[in-house]
Design a protein around this ligand. Structure first.
Ligand code: KG4
Ligand code: ZN
Length: 343
């Protein structure tokens, strides 16, 4: 729940990670079922924390895409119901624009507003996209042709027994390995050089794993996960040999360097670029934060705080605000659009 563009009245996030963890990734049917289970209590809690009733609202915002159809439908349908029952306008928001607005909102709160045009880099479990962000709209500069960056983290982590989601574990362990030990080569992209491909890297890691006998240590880590669903750093380090720490560090370095290389090339394409915005779950990655901040290409770099990096509703409300001011409302026929694009 937000007020006046930047004041967060409440933020409630219901995590489904525990539900999906046993399957090593998001199971669409379970995702919609969990959304359905959580939507009413989560909205109620957000309203109570903010101390407001439905009649106090100016508008209701919901994500209409991109994403899993079932999950989108739950949120959108509930938002429509509130909008209809309370007589408040409905605003539909693109999930990716939400990630960008999480950063715009926080930067404004800190008194260091994001200056446009910006290069916006969205890196999450579902997206690896770079946009030119201007007041008038967005231009897509490059995107992944296969796996998203977060998906690469998750798949590699799952492969070597670190569970799901793997990004945070790899991030935590990478500083203990040698990032230059293994040199993975990234394919040169044909066509748009700003596009990404992470599936080759995933296969390279798989080949490395197959040529080094890791079966026993992977079994030990899987056993640890069954005992302690969220092992501590110390617990992970006890069951992870140096060679695997090197693998993790080298993998993370390769992803970070790839993102950085693309970001650098992308800034050259945004005429008059004044800032860089990085958002999405992978924006939590400390290696990425350090590398982008250090490189920065002479521009101010804005990251969201960890709480607003991963999916949340505050970012959707923040992205709805400019639409609210423009009177850009949706009607009750608005539909979920799993493949919605931003540009
Ligand atoms: O934005 P998000 O919460 O959901 C999607 O829209 O996908 O992003 C989740 C993704 C997962 O793939 C997760 O492994 C990754 O973000 N992630 C990280 C880190 N924290 C979350 N990846 C690398 N390092 C992290 N610290
Ligand atoms: Zn997201």
């Amino acid at each position: 729940m937000i007020e006046d563009e930047t004041r967060v009245l409440s933020s409630v996030v219901s995590s489904q990670l525990a539900v999906h963890a046993k399957y090593g990734g998001v199971v669409p049917e379970l995702a919609s079922r969990e959304h359905l289970r959580s939507i009413v209590p989560v909205v109620r809690e957000a309203m109570e924390m903010a101390g407001v009733g439905f009649q106090d609202l100016d508008a209701v915002a919901a994500t209409h895409g991109p994403g899993l159809a079932g999950a989108l439908l739950v949120g959108l349908t509930y938002a429509k119901a509130i909008s209809f029952a309370a007589g408040k306008p409905l605003i539909t928001v693109n999930h990716i624009e939400g990630h960008i607005h999480a950063v715009i909102m926080e930067a404004a709160q800190k008194g260091t507003p994001v200056e446009l045009p910006a290069l916006a880099i969205i890196v999450s479990g579902g997206h690896t996209h770079m946009f030119e962000a201007r007041a008038a709209g967005y231009v897509l500069l490059g995107r992944t042709r296969d796996d998203a960056a977060g998906e690469a983290f998750d798949k590699v982590a799952k492969l070597i027994g670190f569970g799901y989601p793997g990004g945070p574990v790899i991030d935590m362990l990478a500083p203990y390995g040698n990032p230059r030990e293994i040199r993975f080569t990234m394919a040169k992209m044909k066509g748009n050089r700003l596009d990404f491909s992470f599936s080759g890297l995933k296969s390279a890691v798989l080949r490395w794993v197959e040529s080094h006998d890791m079966t026993a240590e992977i079994a030990v880590r899987k056993a640890l996960l069954r005992e302690a669903p969220q092992p501590s750093l110390k617990q992970w380090l006890e069951v992870t040999p140096k060679a695997t720490l090197d693998l993790v560090a080298s993998f993370q370095r390769t992803v970070v360097e790839e993102l950085l290389r693309h970001a650098e090339a992308a800034t050259e394409q945004v005429e008059g670029v004044r800032s860089i915005v990085v958002s999405g779950g992978v924006a939590c990655n400390s290696g990425l934060r350090a590398a982008v901040t250090e490189k920065s290409m002479g521009l101010p770099v804005h990251f969201p705080s960890p709480g607003l990096s991963t999916d949340n509703a505050v970012m959707i409300a923040a992205a709805a605000f400019p639409k609210f001011r423009r009177g850009e409302f949706a009607d009750l026929s608005a539909s979920a659009e799993p493949n919605l694009t931003l540009a």
